[in-house]
Design a protein around this ligand. Structure first.
Ligand SMILES: Cc1ncc(COP(=O)(O)O)c(C=O)c1O
Length: 425
């Protein structure tokens, strides 16, 4: 084993020997980036239309991020939550003022944010353990968040999980009303479902969720980990519908590329969470919070561009006369293109042509580009997609079929992990 050989072959070999195999990685070796561009180990350029799965919203090497990293290099990299540091309060104030909610708790990831939300809802509703979530939802990998994730393939290997969860169909108001009772502690919703295939929840459904939560006392939680922080053209996804939840969970882009999650709590949680109820060693890391502040400030400036680019992109995409596209769903810079075939092989073809895209479920190409993405990148993507789907449909179709209809290979840039993509088929 060559310990310091960083050739792509050596990197793969070392990982195969020493890293636990939770990821079925794509043969792609990004090494640097600038703006919306990524460069692989051989120096080949790609348009980054996935942004590290909705993380790198300011693109790569953003000057503000670089400045903060330089400034903070001589500061404390970690401060225990036993003590005060200004960074958490500054970011919390920014998020609270922008959302109209009351307080922020900081953790390290999306799943931890949802885990904390489950606990906080329990505190607001002592003795009530029932939870309601949506089929095909995704809320994370830890035991509580996984229990709320509405996709059997993720949950089955780990059953039994946290009991007493009811899953309802997205946008089925009657099913939601039937599921939520005075025993329900919380309702978890993604305003636009990401891993589920970019499924927007209707305003009517969100309004009904607020109504039924008010009627029963259930805490309404919006998981905005993937669809929030500017992605839909408003800083918070809930600001599109105007339906204000009791809790918002955030992560992905918040730390500017460093791990940072947050739980924003509204009036229903005031006074419920007391010292000792929850905590974390690393959550609210000063550097991540400093970066988080920059991310929010810069994102606010980009909201107009996100809306404008999103509307333009949708119009351009819909011009694509291509009967291989079954549906186009999304808003702002969160798009799902549902195909009539497995999306993985199509994404692989796009990667070869210099476009990093994601997939969701079996047949959806998922785009979560940085907010600074130029229209040129999206224009070139549409041309490449059109070519992959129509000029060489047989190639794409053949790649998607092995023997009796099994995908020939796992989806590239699997946005959750392809272990589960495989398990879901
Ligand atoms: C909507 C949503 N919630 C929660 C999570 C889990 O976040 P993390 O991977 O940071 O734990 C994800 C991750 O993809 C997500 O998309």
């Amino acid at each position: 084993m060559l310990l310091h050989d960083e050739s792509t072959e050596a990197v793969v070999a070392r990982e195969k020997s020493f890293v636990l195999g939770t990821y079925n990685r794509t043969q792609f070796h990004p090494r640097s980036g600038k703006g919306a561009r990524l460069f692989d180990a051989a120096g080949k350029a790609y348009w980054d239309l996935l942004g590290g799965i909705a993380v790198n919203v300011l693109g790569h090497q953003h000057p503000r991020i670089k400045r903060v990293l330089r400034e903070e290099a001589t500061s404390l990299l970690h401060v225990s939550n036993l003590y005060y540091h200004p960074a958490q309060g500054i970011l919390a104030e920014k998020l609270v003022r922008a959302s109209g909610l009351c307080r922020a708790f900081f953790c390290n990831s999306g799943t931890e944010a949802n885990e904390a939300a489950i606990k906080f809802a329990r505190l607001a509703n002592p003795g009530r353990s029932h939870l309601v979530a949506l089929q095909e939802s995704f809320h994370g990998r830890t035991a509580g968040a996984l229990s709320l994730t509405g996709h059997e393939a993720y949950r089955t290997p780990f059953a039994p999980l946290v009991p007493n969860v009811t899953f309802v169909e997205p946008n089925d108001i009657a099913a939601l009303e039937a599921a939520v009772t005075t025993e329900t502690s919380a309702i978890f919703l993604e305003p636009v479902m990401g891993e589920g295939g970019i499924i927007p929840l209707s305003d009517e459904f969100l309004i009904a969720a607020r109504r039924v939560a008010d009627k029963t006392g259930a805490i309404l939680v919006f998981d905005e980990i993937q669809c929030g922080l500017g992605r839909l053209g408003t800083l918070f996804a809930f600001q599109r519908s105007g339906v204000v939840p009791d809790i918002v969970t955030l992560a992905k882009p918040l730390g500017g590329g460093l791990p940072l999650g947050a739980v924003l709590t509204g009036p229903a949680l005031e006074g419920m969470v007391k010292p000792g109820h929850h905590g974390t060693t690393f959550g609210g890391n000063p550097l991540a919070c400093r970066l988080g502040y920059e991310v929010v400030v810069e994102t606010e400036k980009l909201l107009g561009k996100i809306n404008e680019t999103g509307e333009w992109f949708e119009a351009e995409l819909r011009k694509l006369a291509c009967d291989n596209i079954v549906a186009i769903r999304g808003k702002g810079l969160m798009w799902g293109i549902e195909l009539d075939r497995p999306a993985g092989p199509v994404a692989a073809q796009l990667l070869e042509r210099g476009f990093v895209v994601g997939t969701a479920r079996e047949k959806v190409i998922r785009l979560l580009p940085p907010y600074i993405v130029p229209k040129q990148a999206l224009k070139e993507f549409i041309a490449a997609l059109s070519e992959v789907l129509t000029v060489i449909p047989s190639v794409a179709r053949d790649l998607g079929v092995k023997g009796a209809g099994e995908p020939a290979f796992v989806p590239p840039i699997s946005t959750t992990t392809s272990f589960h993509e495989g398990a879901s088929k």
